[in-house]
Design a protein around this ligand. Structure first.
Ligand code: COA
Length: 329
């Protein structure tokens, strides 16, 4: 029997309608469009409406991914959601809520907490579950309502984040040329204190601001992010004997244009190969990579068999990279 590989079958995403521009933020905190653009490359971000929850954002992205994969919901045998803004803190999992809204029952469904690296983490899990032979079609979702944990009086953080959802179907193939080639993920909890959102009432029972809002030491996060994202990509390319020239699309986590540019320049990726959405969505954490991938797909840039490199970094700290052929149509 031929070996079964995991295959990235489809991508889908959803961006909420409401736009929060830099000009809007100028009216809320002491900042300017010029400062935000120069330091982050962000022009605007999307905000979910009050009654739109993370599961709703994930659901819309998931429906698109399922339709594009050309499968029925009853063929899906696992649902995994990465989010740091679940509808409920811990229980029930957002993946269970999305599965229920899709009418998917009696399958594995759970959430993963790996901040902005969440999507690459769940891609790693999906690949492992499929190549172990236990599963055939896994729905993975990265969705965030970050506006629910952002302090809109803190100019150091509120300019960066936005809401959205992205999803993919990871299926099977026996053709190595359309497989997910390699994924490496890692973490270092020594940096945990530099990016927290929000603190738990279990460890911090006192009612203070840190319970409610995302807190970040921006400058320190920035430095580690550039170093880690660069090392990560160098490592996965070397390990697989692939040169940067062979990559068709470099899709990094969309946190800050300066971080992306530093990594891009170091690796010598062209502007054309680098997918950018940070200017219009800001940082949407676990949704950032699938939203960027979806944009490139809808623009007709990503085609079947293209070699894609994902690179991510987030709170924890967590990080990871993935090397894959696009197996969708
Ligand atoms: N508008 C205007 N001024 C601002 C500002 C804003 N929105 N936010 C901060 N400033 C000020 C600071 O108060 C500081 O003023 P001071 O020199 O008088 O003290 C000055 O700008 C420089 O602050 P600093 O934090 O050093 O700026 P920076 O160049 O590092 O940019 C970030 C700040 C947050 C944009 C940047 O550090 C960053 O993007 N970090 C990474 C964040 C990230 O990606 N997090 C998610 C990881 S997945």
């Amino acid at each position: 029997m031929s070996k079964v590989f995991a295959c990235f079958k489809s991508i889908g995403a959803y961006a909420p309608k409401k736009v929060l521009s830099n000009e809007d933020l100028e009216k809320m905190v002491e900042t300017t469009d010029e400062w935000i653009l120069q330091r982050t490359g962000i022009k605007e971000r999307r905000l979910a409406s009050e009654d739109e929850l993370t599961s709703d954002l994930g659901l819309k992205a998931a429906k698109l991914a399922i339709e594009r994969a050309g499968i029925k919901t009853d063929e899906i045998d696992a649902v995994i959601c990465a989010t740091l803004t679940p509808d409920f803190l811990c229980m029930p999992a957002t993946a269970c809520l999305i599965a229920s809204k899709l009418g998917i029952k009696n399958v594995l469904a759970f959430d993963v907490s790996a901040a902005c690296s969440g999507f690459v983490y769940i891609l790693y899990l999906a690949k492992s579950l499929i190549e172990s032979g236990l599963h055939k079609n896994i729905l993975i979702i990265g969705a965030e309502k970050l506006s629910s944990v952002v302090d809109y009086t803190d100019r150091g953080t509120c300019i960066l984040f936005g809401d959205g959802g992205g999803a993919a179907i990871i299926g099977t193939t026996t053709d190595k040329n359309e497989a997910i080639a390699d994924i490496q993920i890692s973490a270092d909890g020594d940096y945990a204190h530099l990016l927290v959102a929000p603190r738990s009432r279990v460890t911090h029972p006192k009612d203070d601001r840190t319970l409610e809002y995302l807190q970040m030491a921006g400058n320190e996060v920035f430095k580690v992010a550039v170093k880690t994202l660069t090392n990560d990509v160098v490592e996965i390319l070397q390990k697989n004997g692939i040169s940067a020239d062979e990559i068709d699309h470099f899709i990094p986590h969309q946190a800050n244009l300066r971080i992306i540019e530093a990594v891009r320049e170091k690796l010598n990726f062209s502007h054309e190969k680098t997918v950018l959405t940070v200017h219009k969505y800001g940082n949407t954490s676990a949704a950032s990579i699938p939203m960027a991938m979806n944009d490139a797909y809808e623009e007709g840039r990503i085609k079947h068999g293209d070699l894609i490199l994902l690179d991510t970094f987030g709170g924890g700290f967590t990080w990871g990279s993935a090397l894959l052929r696009f197996g969708g149509k």
